[in-house]
Design a protein around this ligand. Structure first.
Ligand code: GLN
Length: 615
């Protein structure tokens, strides 16, 4: 049966055929191509960075790309995963809690993603089981093939249809051979069969060992990994060999021989000094060309667009390299041992540092044992502080001690989510005289619960996906630092259950704390700051500003922090900071680029529930 006839039989699905899982209505075969990236040999090879850089190369050529990460685990999303084990929980504008790789894609492609870009086995099985309960399988026994694999293909086609992308980039989590990914790999085999060979490009990321005792590269593990993929019925078209140093021609030829892939499509993918160099490395090696040729997309290349995109990117790289100053930023946190738990914060700092011509050196500050007496020592030689998001009680007092130290000693400081809440507590206790102020997350019986559960959270019982999640608009107060950063309206992403209890706002404001951003619909405080004559940079936000920083568009709160840190580190550093929003405000409205990123407000549950009088 050729692909056309096969596809017709899928379209005309019935209980009598093996292919009765419906295609999304309106799906057009061949409109969208697929690139599928598999990992072999081992995990941790930077598959997300590789895939997103390759996607970026295609995007630079003027093609539209839509990535999707397929996770093997059974959780419905990443919201319940411990960042200590799995890296940070990334939050998309639509409220999806997902793997940190989605952050890598958003940053690499400068594109907002949605729930369509993230699937877990849990989501796939849930859909299959729901379909079964509603009689969707026409009396058939429900099986891994064709039902589960059908649902996987369905997810990819839904994304293709919704995004109308030229190329959907599929990243399969884990490694070929894992039990939890077998259904994905089988689905990809079927996908190529149904869509037609030239519509799907299989890329195998593998690993070439270089044991120090031998001093040479060995390809056996890579061969076995790819053999595993071949056993699944998948013939890779491109092989990317991860290694610490450039993979030799001899090794690449050997891998080619064992995997039926022409040597010119077996590439080295060795370590390089910065992830920002990877797109150029891929182009230099010819990966992008190989993908375009396999998918027969070469005619669609916009060379002028590619030249401009590369130029812009290279300017970023040049700034990164030229950065000759250095600031030290302390991050206080519970997960200080695991950098992945703060991946987006580190990236946001890097973007801001690059824009300002400096390197940001991060110093991890463990707050679990920190007190007012020891904060001074722990924060010595630090030019700026970030108090990041957190849950629970551990380290809270240490964070409050850091915030107090930063406030009194005029050290630039940014409090994020939990850090914002701790800043409110610190201010209430030490400036407003509310000695027993606290968050009910920490002490449910405290006298002044300045941080309290969001009213709508009081009714919620389950744990997964139940926080106030996703992108919301923020109304910004004129005349404040936040207004310089964002203008009248900001949009950031949230992930929290607690908020500033509105009963205490008048007292906090009377004490000098400025709430410069609030939710336009509910009484939720979103941004706080201290006036410029009191502190050079003391900012907090209930949101997660780190999630929306992009290399070429650094997030303003991070830019402000790093700039203030530079001023502290280099007393002669006199370059004033003009935020993009300030520049835009000076540009006549007609000359402004249309802002296609402005999204609809994410539906917010009403926060109008009754509260008792202030204690
Ligand atoms: N635990 C706090 C809350 O739920 C802060 C959450 C966070 O930092 N992401 O509101």
């Amino acid at each position: 049966m050729d692909s056309d006839r096969l596809f017709d039989s899928i379209r005309n699905a019935s209980a009598e055929t093996e292919f009765y899982l419906p295609l999304p209505a309106g799906y057009e075969r061949g409109r969208t191509r697929f690139v599928v990236v598999f990992g072999t040999v081992m995990s941790g090879l930077g598959k997300g960075i590789f895939s997103s850089s390759l996607a970026r190369c295609l995007q630079d050529k003027g093609l539209s790309v839509a990535p999707i990460k397929l996770e093997g685990y059974l959780n419905i999303d990443s919201g319940t995963l411990n960042p200590f084990r799995h890296g940070e929980v990334f939050v998309l504008d639509d409220g999806t809690e997902c793997d940190m790789d989605l952050g890598t894609y958003e940053r690499a492609l400068d594109q907002n993603l949605s729930r369509l870009n993230f699937a877990t086995s849990g989501q796939i099985y849930r859909r299959v089981l729901e379909r079964e309960r509603t009689g969707g399988y026409l009396g058939r026994d429900v099986q891994m093939i064709p039902h589960v694999t059908g649902e996987i293909k369905n997810r990819l086609r839904e994304l293709a249809l919704a995004s109308q992308a030229d190329v959907v980039f599929v990243e399969i989590g884990g490694t070929v051979g894992d039990v939890e990914n077998a259904h994905y790999i089988e689905a990809m085999r079927q996908l190529a069969f149904e869509e037609g060979q030239r519509s799907v490009c299989f890329v195998a990321l593998t690993y070439v060992l270089e044991p120090t005792i031998l001093g040479e590269q060995k390809s056996k593990a890579a061969q076995l990994g790819i053999r595993r993929l071949l056993e699944c019925g998948i013939q890779p078209h491109i092989i990317a060999c991860r290694a610490s140093s450039p993979v030799t021609r001899k090794v690449r030829e050997k891998i080619a021989l064992f995997s039926n892939v022409p040597p010119e499509r077996v590439f080295s993918m060795h370590d390089c000094e910065s992830v920002y160099l990877i797109p150029e490395l891929l182009r230099g090696a010819g990966y992008d060309k190989a993908v375009m040729e396999w998918l027969e997309l070469t005619a669609r290349v916009d060379e002028e667009a590619e030249r401009r995109a590369r130029e812009e990117w290279n300017q970023y790289l040049a700034r990164l390299r030229a950065a000759d100053r250095q600031v030290s930023i302390g991050i206080t946190g519970k997960y200080t041992a695991v950098r992945d738990a703060y991946a987006s914060i580190l990236k946001a700092l890097e973007h801001a540092g690059t824009a300002l011509g400096c390197k940001v050196q991060v110093k991890w500050v463990d707050t679990s044992e920190l007190t007012d007496a020891t904060a001074h020592e722990a924060l010595r030689d630090i030019h700026g502080i970030i108090v990041p998001g957190a849950f629970g009680t551990r380290g809270a007092d240490g964070k409050i001690a850091c915030l107090k130290h930063a406030r009194i000693n005029r050290i630039p400081c940014l409090g994020i989510c939990y850090g914002f809440q701790m800043a409110v507590i610190e201010y209430a206790r030490n400036v407003c005289g509310l000695a027993d102020a606290n968050s009910t997350e920490i002490d449910n019986e405290c006298r002044y619960p300045v941080i309290n559960l969001l009213p709508e959270q009081k009714k919620i019982e389950g744990l997964g996906g139940t926080m106030r999640l996703g992108g919301f608009d923020i109304a910004v107060k004129p005349g404040t630092l936040a207004y310089r950063m964002f203008g009248p309206k900001a949009r950031m992403r949230f992930r929290h259950r607690y908020e500033v209890d509105p009963r205490y706002i008048p007292q906090l404001e009377a004490g000098g704390l400025v709430f410069s951003g609030r939710s336009p619909r509910a009484e939720i405080m979103n941004i706080l700051e201290l006036p410029a004559d009191v502190h050079p940079y003391y900012v907090g936000t209930q949101a997660h500003p780190e999630l929306t920083g992009r290399p070429l568009r650094p997030q303003p709160m991070f830019l402000g922090l790093v700039h203030a840190a530079l001023c502290r580190a280099y007393p002669d550093f006199a370059s004033p900071l003009t935020y993009a929003a300030e520049r835009a405000a000076e540009t006549p409205a007609d000359d402004r680029a249309p802002d296609d990123r402005a999204a609809e407000d994410h539906p917010t549950p009403s926060a109008a529930a009754a509260r008792g009088p202030a204690r």
